[in-house]
Design a protein around this ligand. Structure first.
Ligand code: NAD
Length: 508
């Protein structure tokens, strides 16, 4: 453990006071009617980073009512795409102007390194700009071949009021994968960030006002899944729920929303493999595996938490990944060089450790790490970079989402075996292959049960390219034109040209 690359220094000052996060309902920032608040303690620095209003049914009802009224009177949904795009582009400018403020609070609330918080918050501006471009270019379809007396057009219309429920691991990015697309489509929204990371969402409210978003179009309610999230998914005035979070909560939401037959889009967990063939850029693959498992402290739906490596190269490849694990900079999130920060809560750190201990008890071998660690000056809520081999596909550590800096190693001999291991999962978010033979890459890509397949790379993403999962990793797509279409309803308009319709009732 002593030979890890640990960063204890800090180059950024802590804020002097806790950020006060408020709800944003019908254009007004407000505390809860009953005055309740919750403190968020920083996973890395132990201080109270923020005090957030804790919403109840009162605030949630008010937010839904405001969103409903704003949708129904057309103050946003009937604006031109150009007018909507102008607001979204302005929000993007404001996000860029506020990156430092957003990144600091996101780092302190989540424990992630400041460099990753900066690229997450700054990069989100591009999602807003891309959504703005869709607001202007969205169109339906026309049918001009139905006969001389018929013309039909298929219109795309905003679906209505959308509930947006987000997790804590990429609070600002995931919000920006949803909200600008819903707004570009003409929907109105009620947003609930995670109770652990409420602040960057609350900060966005000021930017929405400054950009000129009409009152009531986007409403933010802070608080817990129950009652806030539950009401957002059951309320009859909500037309759609888009949720990112755990598969367990996704299932609850699907059941709750079923009572009123709302549309539900879900982005859930993953157990994403990278398959490593001997004939590949092994150095690049080892680096991508290291990135894939330690990025965002492994608390990432796209974490490549398992590798399936060819038996002939398994020892050498694992040795390479272990060597890289020693060089990854772990430690104080408020140093620009830090690559891996703190675990979000002590309970989650215990859960991660439980998976590793259970695997060891079943005969697995820890190659590096395997326990919590203390980073001098910033506390105990860290977990060592961990590589576990000797794992069998039936172990919980090989099947379940550990959501920490823990890599498990499985091995294969043939492409068939690699594909079978890849698909032997309840999840299907993403998968990757490292191989110089294009035929093998194509065969794997077509047969892997995953929403995204990367070949000779990992976690490259673009606003233009749809993202989502199959199996228990979710339903529906986010970003890209497919993600945008989730927020649109299709209406067919069939028009007769001239008085050509033959009577149904025969003339007497
Ligand atoms: P979580 O499911 O515990 O919580 C997510 C959100 O749901 C929070 O805002 C929470 O308050 C809310 N919630 C909880 N119970 C609810 C209920 N009954 N009704 C409505 N809302 C409720 O997830 P988390 O721990 O915040 O995030 C981690 C999970 O998110 C992981 O499983 C991860 O894989 C997943 N995730 C998926 C993606 C993706 O795009 N596929 C991206 C990021 C995270």
């Amino acid at each position: 453990m002593n030979d890890l690359h640990i960063i204890t220094a800090q180059t950024i000052a802590l804020p002097e006071t806790a950020y006060q996060a408020r709800h944003f309902i019908n254009g007004v920032a407000q505390d809860s009617a009953d005055g309740r608040k919750s403190d968020r303690i920083s996973p890395s620095h132990g201080l109270v980073v923020s005090q957030a209003a804790l919403g109840s049914a009162v605030e949630t009802e008010a937010a839904i009512k405001a969103a409903r009224a704003a949708f129904d009177d057309g103050r946003w949904s009937r604006l031109s795409g150009k007018a909507r795009a102008a607001v979204l582009n302005k929000v993007a400018d404001l996000i860029e102007a506020n990156v430092e403020k957003l990144a600091l609070i996101e780092t302190l609330e989540s424990g992630k390194p400041i460099s990753q918080a900066r690229s997450e918050c700054g990069g989100a501006a591009d999602l807003w700009r891309y959504a703005a471009s869709l607001a202007r270019t969205s169109h339906g379809d026309s049918h001009n071949t139905l006969g001389a007396d018929i013309l039909a057009v298929v219109l795309k219309e905003p679906i209505g009021v959308v509930s947006i429920i987000a997790p804590w691991n990429f609070p600002f990015w995931i919000l920006s994968q949803k909200l600008p697309f819903a707004l570009a489509a003409g929907c109105t929204c009620v947003v609930k960030p995670s109770e652990m990371t409420p602040s960057t969402t609350a900060m966005l409210a000021d930017m929405l006002v400054e950009a000129g978003l009409p009152q009531g179009v986007c409403n933010i309610v802070l608080g817990y899944g129950n009652p806030v999230g539950a009401l957002m998914t059951s309320h009859p005035d909500v037309d759609m729920v888009t949720f990112t979070g755990s598969t367990a909560v996704g299932k609850i939401i699907t059941k709750t929303a079923g009572d009123t037959l709302k549309k539900v889009a879900l982005e859930l967990g993953g157990k994403n493999p990278q398959v490593i063939f001997p004939n590949c850029d092994l150095e690049g693959a080892a680096d991508a595996v290291t990135f894939g498992v330690y990025f965002n402290v492994g608390q990432c739906c796209n974490s490549s938490s398992r590798i399936i490596v060819h038996e002939d190269i398994a020892d050498a490849f694992v040795a390479r990944v272990v060597a890289l694990s020693r060089r990854v900079a772990f430690g104080n999130p408020l140093h620009p060089d830090t690559q891996v920060g703190a675990i979000v809560t002590p309970e989650h750190a215990t859960k991660i450790d439980g998976y590793v201990r259970a695997a060891v008890a079943s005969g697995a071998e820890v190659c590096i790490g395997g326990g919590p660690m203390t980073v001098p000056g910033v506390g105990t809520q860290f977990y060592q970079p961990t590589v576990v081999r000797g794992v069998t596909p039936d172990m919980a550590i090989a099947r379940e989402e550990v959501f920490g800096p823990v890599l498990v190693v499985l091995t294969f001999r043939t492409l068939e075996e690699a594909i079978a291991l890849t698909n032997d999962a309840t999840y299907g978010l993403s998968a990757g292959i490292w191989c110089d033979d294009v035929h093998t890459c194509l065969e794997f890509s077509r047969r892997a049960q995953a929403g995204t397949v990367w070949t000779n790379t990992w976690m490259d993403g673009f606003p233009e390219v749809a993202f989502g999962g199959v199996k228990q990793s979710g339903q529906g797509r986010e970003i890209g034109s497919y993600g945008f279409d989730e927020f649109l309803e299709v209406k067919s308009l069939v028009m007769r040209v001239g008085r050509t319709r033959a009577p149904w009732v025969k003339n007497a």
